[in-house]
Design a protein around this ligand. Structure first.
Ligand SMILES: Nc1ncnc2c1ncn2[C@@H]1O[C@H](COP(=O)(O)OP(=O)(O)O)[C@@H](O)[C@H]1O
Ligand SMILES: [Mg+2]
Length: 354
C-alpha cells in the first residue's frame, strides 16, 4: 500500500471532439496527499478531464504533470495511477479476497506482505467478514467498498474516482464518503474525485475545482467557495438551497454603499444565502419585501419560498417560532457582511468598498 501520494497539476488543458471544444484551457493542481474534487453539472467535462489525466484519451492541448513530471504524452500504464468508475467491475468468479489482492498478485508481492496489506485495507473498509464471499453475494455498497479497497491496495500514489458513490443509497453514500476521506488522510495517497453533488464535494475535499461548460468557474477550499463565491454560477451551485440572487432595484440598501472599481450598485445583483436572511427584519441594513408562496418543513428548519413584487423567487431558511404563512407579505433583512455583489454584465463577484 502506498504511504505517500504525488502532486498533480494540469496546465491549459484542452479537449475537442471534432469541432466541439469540451474543455477550454483548464488549470488546477493539488499537492501530494491532497483530496481534490472536480465538481460541476452533468456534461461540464468532468469525466473527460479524468480520462485525460488517466491517459485513456489524448489531450488537444496543455500539459499534465504528475509528481512534477510531464506525463502528457505517456501511456496510461506509465502514469502509475489507479481509477475507480461509477460502474465498478469486480471479477465475479473470484472471492473478495482474490479481487482485492489481484493487483498485488500481478506485481508478485511476497505472500507475507500481501497478507499484511490485505488485512489492513479489509479492516479500513470494514470488509473483514466478507473476504470468502463472491461479488454476487454482496450488496451494491459492499461491492463498491471492494472496488475501492482494490484500488487502494494497488500501491498507486494517485487514485482517480469518477462518481464512485452515485449508484449507492443516501445513507451508504454518507458512510463511504467519510471512509474514503479518512483513507486519503491515513494512507497519504492523492485523490482526484469527480462528483456533481456539491455537498459531497464540500464535505470531502481539501480543494474543489468547480466547472461550468468546460471551464473552471472557481477553485478553492470548500469554505472559500461557500463564503466567497467568485460568480453567480458558484453562488447558485454551492449550498442548499442555493444563494438568492436579487436585482439591485428590488433591494433596500444603505445610501452610502460603495462598490469597488468605480461601479455603481445599480450595475450589480445582490446575492444572499437563505440561512443568512433574517426574519422578521429588524435593524438590518439591507431589506427585501416579498410574499410567501409556500412553506416547506425540513425538520431542522422551515424553507419559506418567497416571491418579490418584481417576480423574483427566493428562499428563507427559518428556524424561529412564528412561521410566516402562505400569502403573507413579509420583509426579510440581512447585514453588510452577508452581502455578495455580482456585476450584472458578467456575473462576476465585485467587492463592497464601503
Ligand atoms: N467520445 C466523445 N465524443 C464526443 N463528445 C463527447 C465524448 N465524450 C464526451 N463528450 C461530450 O463532452 C461533454 C462533456 O462530457 P463529460 O466529460 O462526460 O461530462 P461530465 O462527466 O461532466 O458529465 C459532453 O457534452 C459530452 O457529450
Ligand atoms: Mg461524468
Amino acid at each position: 500500500m502506498s504511504e505517500s501520494g504525488v502532486s498533480i497539476e494540469v496546465q491549459g488543458l484542452r479537449k475537442s471532439w471534432g469541432a466541439v471544444e469540451v474543455l477550454k484551457a483548464v488549470d488546477f493542481g493539488i499537492e501530494a496527499g491532497g483530496f481534490l474534487t472536480l465538481l460541476g453539472p452533468s456534461g461540464c467535462g468532468k469525466s473527460t478531464l479524468l480520462r485525460l489525466i488517466c491517459g485513456l484519451d489524448e489531450v488537444s492541448g496543455g500539459q499534465i504533470l504528475i509528481d512534477g513530471k510531464d506525463v502528457t504524452g505517456k501511456a496510461a500504464a506509465e502514469r502509475n495511477l489507479g481509477m475507480v468508475f461509477q460502474n465498478y467491475a469486480l471479477f465475479p468468479h473470484m472471492t473478495i479476497e482474490e479481487n482485492i489482492s489481484y493487483g498485488l498478485k500481478i506485481r508478485k508481492v511476497p505472500a507475507a506482505e500481501k497478507k499484511k496489506q490485505l488485512d489492513r485495507v479489509a479492516e479500513l473498509m470494514a470488509l473483514g467478514s466478507l473476504l470468502d464471499r463472491r461479488p454476487g453475494q454482496l450488496s451494491g455498497g459492499q461491492q463498491q467498498r471492494v472496488a475501492l479497497a482494490r484500488v487502494l491496495v494497488s500501491g498507486r500514489p494517485l487514485v482517480l474516482m469518477d462518481e464512485p458513490l452515485s449508484n449507492l443509497d443516501a445513507k451508504l453514500r454518507v458512510e463511504i464518503r467519510s471512509e474514503i476521506r479518512s483513507l486519503n488522510k491515513k494512507l497519504g495517497i492523492t485523490i482526484v474525485y469527480v462528483t456533481h453533488d456539491q455537498s459531497e464535494a464540500l464535505s470531502m475535499s481539501d480543494r474543489v475545482v468547480l466547472m461550468s461548460a468546460g471551464e473552471v468557474a472557481q477553485v478553492g477550499t470548500p469554505k472559500e467557495l461557500y463564503e466567497h463565491p467568485a460568480n453567480t454560477f458558484s453562488a447558485t451551485f454551492i449550498g442548499t438551497p442555493p444563494t438568492n440572487i436579487l436585482d439591485s432595484s428590488e433591494v433596500e440598501f444603505p445610501a452610502d454603499l460603495g462598490v469597488a472599481g468605480g461601479h455603481k450598485v445599480t450595475d450589480c445583483q445582490f446575492g444572499i444565502r437563505p440561512e443568512n436572511l433574517g426574519f422578521p427584519a429588524e435593524d438590518h441594513e439591507f431589506r427585501v419585501k416579498a410574499r410567501v408562496q409556500s412553506v416547506e418543513y425540513e425538520g431542522k428548519v422551515f424553507l419559506i419560498h418567497l416571491v418579490t413584487a418584481a417576480g423574483t423567487t427566493m428562499v428563507l431558511s427559518y428556524s424561529g417560532a412564528s412561521v410566516p404563512q402562505e400569502g403573507e407579505e413579509i420583509t426579510v433583512g440581512w447585514g453588510r457582511e452577508q452581502t455578495h455583489l455580482f456585476l450584472k454584465k458578467d456575473g462576476n463577484a465585485i467587492a463592497i468598498e464601503r
